[in-house]
Write a protein that binds this ligand. Sequence first.
Ligand code: C5P
Length: 320
Amino acid sequence: KSVVHHLWQGRASLDMLSPRLQKAVKDYMSTNKHGAFYRGRRDAGVDRDCLLCEMKRKVKVMTLDGKELPFSSLGWQKIVPPLPLERLYGKGFRTCAVVTSAGAILHSGLGKEIDSHDAVLRFNSAPTKGYERDVGNKTTIRIINSQILANPSHQFNSSSLYKNVTLVAWDPAPYAVNLHKWYRNPDYNLFTPYMKYRKQFPGQPFYILHPKFIWKLWDMIQANTLENIQPNPPSSGFIGILLMMRLCDEVDVYEYIPSLRQTDLCHYHERYYDAACTLGAYHPLLYEKILVHRVKSSRPKRDLQLKGKVTLPGFRTIHC
Ligand code: C5P
């Protein structure tokens, strides 16, 4: 059986990956670039309702508010948007779609279904133009990693991909979050381009996720996994899913847990093949996907296998 078959059952593990990916994972573990170290309890047997409550309790979306050093001394309180992200949309949305960039979404014909949601979340440089039939064309929020801001090839300032949407950027700080060190030495320098963009387009909501939020998510994945997960931040996909569970009553996630269209094609918009994009090497992606499988609402199998779709409840519909 393939790893994907196991994912559909919610039971995949690292030893099912190819030797190449297993080796990559081991290398990331021994390097432990971000110094991640989990100290809490571990239990992989928590039931769905408790797991959802744990997520709801532990995962409060945090963005830089400019009130902490060194940002406060640099005048960031006037730079960041006046409203916190969790309050930007008032009561939030009823239905939301999270569209991963997986190659498997090609030829899905899911565009109309995706656009029928009240809000749509997309990632990084994933386009809609030319792919409308499969991915739709509505974008409400875009999560971008720091490479998008720092790497000139993305033309972050001028590309229409990043206009007329809410932007949420992130960069992995060290696990023992020290904002001074992070500001001096981010993975990719997102601070200068952020500042510049905010001054140029002050009316566009644009946030930077607090690194504490990123590592809270990581802790939560590790707390519910017996194996040691990769000591690297969760993928943008997982970050986006948890963000939308905060903002929406119901979240449909597309091609995160892969459908029958599963492919090594990394992104639907690029000719680049690597199984790591779907199964993870750097990110603890396989474990993220198992966790999402554990909290999904039960739905017909064909949602998962034919559409690559899982439906998750929004946190405010959960009563703990
Ligand atoms: O590669 P990128 O991070 O831009 O893709 C957005 C998200 O979509 C990833 O963080 C990951 O969660 C998800 N993804 C996936 N399978 C792929 C490609 C992306 O699950 N083949």
